[in-house]
Design a protein around this ligand. Sequence first.
Ligand SMILES: N[C@@H](CCC(=O)N[C@@H](CS)C(=O)NCC(=O)O)C(=O)O
Length: 183
Amino acid sequence: MFAPRSRPCWRLPMLTVGSPRCEHSRIPTLELPGGEFMSESNAILNYLATDTEYLPADPLSRARVLQWQFFEQYSHEPGVAVARFIQKYLGLPDERRAAYEAAQAKGARALSIMEQHLSTRPYFVDDRYTIADITLYAYTHVADEGGFDMSSSPAIGAWLERVVSHPQHVTMDQFGTWKTRIR
Ligand SMILES: N[C@@H](CCC(=O)N[C@@H](CS)C(=O)NCC(=O)O)C(=O)O
């Protein structure tokens, strides 16, 4: 995540699913100045990244960012995140085995598309770090927890390290401290 300097008064509260402040009962939800709320991670990223270096102004590059964000929602998250959920949080019960295998196959296809793309460039769009990378980093960096063998994806591995080495990168463990600091 990142804190664009042009929008100093936003914050990311830890909202509970079902809370009236949690739009459509979804996490993440962003609380906006003025009391509005916004759900959908990629809408939130596009809003926060507007007029920053993380979202290109050029229409084609911007559309490429969106292309990868739609890929994440339709082809990546339903495979990688669902397999991880079934394995890590449900403990891979027998009755979810078929769903797990379907998610594994879908996730493996998405990871292979990413591996191929990243084998010839450092980031997803325009050889620079954008919100397309932030979107895809989220579940890819924990894909091993869904049973994906990431040792066979060296380009993804190198890209994950590149993302982590970005000066504004905040890990999930550091997030609590960082959230307090920006308020
Ligand atoms: N497409 C949404 C997905 C959000 C989503 O499914 N969040 C889950 C937690 S990771 C959630 O809020 N689940 C609660 C529910 O479905 O009731 C996004 O990218 O923000």
